[in-house]
Design a protein around this ligand. Structure first.
Ligand code: FDM
Ligand code: MG
Length: 210
């Protein structure tokens, strides 16, 4: 007799500018999923605890310098090193919630002027997100949330460029905008509503183009 097939996990990606509330809300979503009786894990990119992520972290904190192409590849490698974990969790019915993914990778590298064709291929082959929650924050609200941090990429100039580029990567088939100007509770509600609407009936796909 065939056993009942468990529902697969979902790959949920949070993207958006700095200070849009991604990290707070990614954490809240994981808690909410677990409280609702499913399993979920949180994965931040870069994963600053891994050996590759540690190199990225040292670059971001200004401890070491690095060629920009090499940095771009490290960000991609950091994600590919999590590919197996993501696929295994999803096969076991565990939701994987990512705080940033390849769309940050492409946006930041394009903002720095790396060649477009090259930048857009290095993440091909990663698991494709079921949903990208695109956090949209108005400049006024972002400014009111306090100044930038001290890391290397946290400058108003780069943020402005990233802010122009990231929306151009949008694919309406699986990107959903989230009004990140709202209160944390309002944003949490909006995110959970989108989460509940996820369709898990098809297998996880592979990312072919960005
Ligand atoms: N960042 C993040 C990139 O430049 N490329 C990437 O692929 C990723 C995932 O690293 F400025 C940038 C975005 C940000 C910095 O991210 C660290 P957090 O979310 O602030 O830790
Ligand atoms: Mg940051």
């Amino acid at each position: 007799m065939a056993t009942e097939q468990e529902e697969r996990g979902a790959l949920i990606v949070f993207e958006g500018l700095d200070r849009s509330g991604k990290s707070t809300q990614a954490k809240r979503l994981v808690e909410k999923i677990i409280n609702s009786g499913r399993m979920a894990v949180l994965q931040a990119f870069p994963d600053r605890q891994s050996p590759v992520g540690e190199m990225i972290d040292r670059y971001l904190r200004g401890e070491i310098d690095m060629d920009e192409h090499a940095l771009h590849l490290l960000f991609s490698a950091d994600r590919f090193l999590k590919k197996k974990m993501i696929k295994q969790h999803i096969a076991q019915g565990v939701d994987v919630v990512c705080d940033r993914y390849c769309y940050s990778g492409v946006s930041y590298s394009l903002a720095k002027g790396l060649p477009e064709e090259w930048v857009r291929v290095t993440d091909q082959g990663l698991p494709k997100p079921d949903i990208v929650l695109f956090f949209q924050v108005s400049p006024e609200v972002a400014a009111a949330r306090g100044g930038f941090g001290n890391e290397r990429l946290e400058t108003a100039e780069l943020q402005a460029k990233v802010g122009k580029i990231m929306p151009t990567l949008r694919d309406d088939a699986f990107w959903k905008s989230v009004n990140a100007d709202g209160t944390p509770d309002a944003v949490e509600k909006e995110v959970f509503q989108l989460y509940k609407e996820l369709d898990r009936s098809q297998p996880l796909e592979v990312l072919e183009k960005i």
